[in-house]
Design a protein around this ligand. Sequence first.
Ligand code: ADE
Length: 334
Amino acid sequence: MKDEELLKTAAALLPEWFRAHRRQLPWREHRTPYTALVAELMLQQTRVEAARERYVEFLRRFPTAEALARASEDEVLKAWEGLGYYSRAKNLQKAAKIIAEEGFPTTFEGVRALPGVGDYTAGAVCSIALGLKTPAVDGNVVRVLSRLLADGRQADDGLKKEYAERLVCVYPAEAGDFTEGLMELGALVCVPNGEPACPACPWREICRAHLAGRESDFPVRAEKKPRTVQELNVFVVKCGGAYALRRRGKGLLSGLWEFPNAPKEEGFPAWLSSARLIAQKQATHLFSHVEWRMTGYFLELSTPPEGELFLTAREIKERYALPSAFKPFTPWLE
Ligand code: ADE
């Protein structure tokens, strides 16, 4: 069978399989274009299991684009706390403002032009919520298709793009079920490491990798660049029952809140020279391209320094979005 014929046969089998085997996920109930956008942005870098509850809470708080458009950015960031990649939350709110003004876009180009929406997310939202034949190809879909086709080329962005183009030609009428069917196959059956569950696969009789017993040969992975390591001192500074907190500037985690910190080579800042050391601990946090190796210092000051903001533990917990990187030090907040 030629590639195109194989893809077409495979595509025709998937929607029905999906309807019989799909997981019950909150974003698959009472779907609107807005809720689909929230879900797909949340799922860009957050696992399904971690996103489940957070999605429900987020929509309870911001049930419509109008509600999200009206909120303050700090409220939105607080609702996103711990999910990481906070530009998604900022972009989602910018998109909500556009949608509240102009209505939800009705074309791929219109959805793709919303802030924070790339080809994958636009393809997913348009097929799932608008019924358009627009593929959403991420690393999971590349894995599934590279096995179906026994494609030995390196799984990189170029291959992603090529698969998306080839899928357009084979999309069945049930566009959303096909898009989510591909995701489901990647999540439940055609899993990355270990044994894929080939006997449960709707493609078991046509998948070239399976027929050749070579599932583990695909995809051929592209090499990853190592993360840049940054060494930081993090200062949890207590003074009169409150703790120093700063808003981050531009760059990584911009607009979020942090404990005062500085590159390790800068040592202790002058304003902490009279502080008493209570405790110290090491922690590491991995971002996608950066690794923070942190030394946390729990310090007490007897007089508050000029220009620092001090907040109670309760205020920090209830209102300020503190990125997960700093969570190893929050047990020091009493
Ligand atoms: N990952 C990204 N989008 C998804 C969806 N709609 N369902 C399950 N997993 C997903």
